[in-house]
Design a protein. Structure first.
Length: 494
């Protein structure tokens, strides 16, 4: 079978390019006989249905009469036509009935809500938005009061529990009240389990949140979006009316634009159902809303963790700094939508702005300064210990050094280096000499040590005497009387 496009090119090449059927077939990759057949057709007919006789041909009218009289099942129709002589299979009847049975349209009740009775909640996906060093999926939270149709919407970087709860509370603040019940979808933030013919199991955190705010959660049945059709239409309205043709560089920019659009467009338009502006009807509905809670609910997620040796805790792939004294300690992280708070034994030890990037190290400068101070203090303690180990007089020398020198630590460090180079004993003797003269700088110590080496060279394992040492050799006096004349004459006579 050829497509309509190929049919067009067959006639185009024949009329305008004057190609033969064989040439057209080579160009289009089909046979010449196929080209000739379609050149003889005045219009495109598509695939022709093959006329095949069916065992149901003689029973089609009877099946139509049965379906018109009552919505019989395929098996009931099969048994009825078998009584009339049908010899085919039930599956053949089932396929035919599926083709000819008219689809029953779904009908729904038109729901009406009293003032302050209910609000509907839903999420919507709206592309992506830059967050830190990555692009995150941009979701929109929408809550609509069912009576006034007043719309609250807020963009969020993820559909998590803390965002779900915070958006609820932000909507209540804008409504300046809380409805009797909130109709929610079966999202995990609100519903743990919801099956037909069984009782709905709500998320325990959502139940706690609803009791604080003063509303009753009401979950829709599974796969029944029509039960919250008001908010479903509101999500579509935001996507088609607000988001079309818009791009945002940040989450803050998106929420700022959405807030302006809600104030100037969505909530001041004349609603097609109520015939009034939602902002006007909200003033009437506020009289029937429950008051806001006296204490703001805590919209956060809590995680228990342990800081590492670098004084960091990890949350959502990002690391957050803590003071150095809490390194390797068990801590608690409480993450809100805009802030991460770290606790140790219910005491807040660190606060950071929450990051929605990936693998970002968030460091408080004060924590870095504290760590450097701790490290410096440890280094000074080690320096004092090494300095006092040089000699018994080192403690007195250090006291005088701190009294007489501005940068005593520098001279102590140089003195420790001298002890490693010349030995503790030599440095200790030099300290005594310097204390005798009342000078305490490391330069004087070094000069004294070098002078001592010049006055008394240090002998190694092999001592080679110098040339002047050979002048001190004492020789035994030789008796020269043996060389007298008489001794020579005696020797000749012999």
């Amino acid at each position: 079978m050829i497509t309509r496009e190929m049919y067009h090119w067959i006639h185009f090449y024949n009329r305008h390019d004057k190609l033969t059927p064989s040439q057209i077939g080579v160009k289009l990759g089909i046979s010449g006989s196929t080209v000739r057949r379609h050149l003889g057709e005045s219009k495109y007919t598509g695939r022709r249905k093959r006329e095949v006789e069916s065992v149901l041909d003689n029973y089609r009218n009877q099946i139509s009469e049965l379906l018109s009289a009552h919505p019989y099942t395929s098996e009931q129709i099969f048994r009825r036509i078998c009584e009339s002589g049908y010899t085919g299979s039930c599956s053949t009847v089932r396929r035919y009935v599926h083709q000819v049975r008219p689809a029953a349209p779904k009908a729904f009740f038109s729901l009406h809500f009293a003032s302050g009775e209910a609000a509907q909640v839903d999420f919507g996906t709206c592309g992506t938005v830059p967050c830190g060093n990555i692009n995150r999926r941009l979701s929109v939270f929408v809550m609509v009061l069912c009576y006034s149709r007043y719309l609250y919407a807020e963009f969020i970087p993820c559909e998590r529990k803390e965002h779900f709860f915070q958006c609820h509370y932000n909507a209540f603040l804008e409504f300046n009240g809380v409805p009797e019940r909130v109709i929610v979808d079966n999202c995990k933030c609100a519903v743990t389990e919801n099956r037909r013919y069984t009782e709905t199991v709500y998320n325990s955190s959502y139940l706690d949140f609803s009791s604080i705010c003063g509303f009753r959660p009401d979950a829709c049945h599974p796969r029944s979006p029509h039960e919250k059709g008001i908010v479903e239409n509101a999500v579509k309205y935001i996507k088609n009316n607000f988001l079309t043709g818009r791009k945002f560089g940040s989450l803050e920019e998106a929420n700022s634009a959405l807030s302006l659009w809600r104030r100037e467009v969505a909530n001041v338009r004349v609603h097609s159902v109520t015939g009034k502006a939602p902002s006007v009807m909200l003033e009437e509905e506020r009289k029937n809303l429950h008051p806001l809670p006296l204490k703001s609910p805590e919209c956060a997620v809590v995680k228990h963790c342990r800081a590492d040796s670098r004084c960091r805790v990890w949350f959502d792939t990002n690391s957050y700094s803590v003071p150095s004294r809490y390194a390797s300690q068990a801590l608690t992280v409480k993450a809100k939508t805009d802030e991460v708070i770290i606790y140790h034994n219910e005491k807040s030890v660190a606060r950071h702005s929450r990051s929605y990037g990936k693998k970002i190290d968030i460091v408080d400068p004060d924590h870095r300064k504290e760590l450097r101070a701790v490290r410096r203090k440890a280094n000074v303690q080690n320096l004092v210990r090494d300095f006092l180990n040089i000699d018994n007089t080192a403690s007195k020398f250090m006291e005088e050094l701190e009294l007489n020198e501005v940068n005593a630590e520098l001279h102590m460090r140089k003195t420790v280096v001298l002890a490693e180079k010349y030995g503790k004993k030599a440095v200790g003797e030099a300290m005594k000499d310097m204390m005798h003269f009342g000078v305490y700088r490391s330069e004087y110590l070094e000069n004294r040590l070098m002078s001592s080496l010049r006055e008394k060279p240090q002998e190694g394992h092999l001592h080679v005497p110098k040339a002047e040492d050979a002048l001190k050799i004492e020789l035994k006096q030789i008796d020269l009387s043996i060389y007298t004349r008489s001794n020579y004459e005696q020797t000749d006579q012999t």
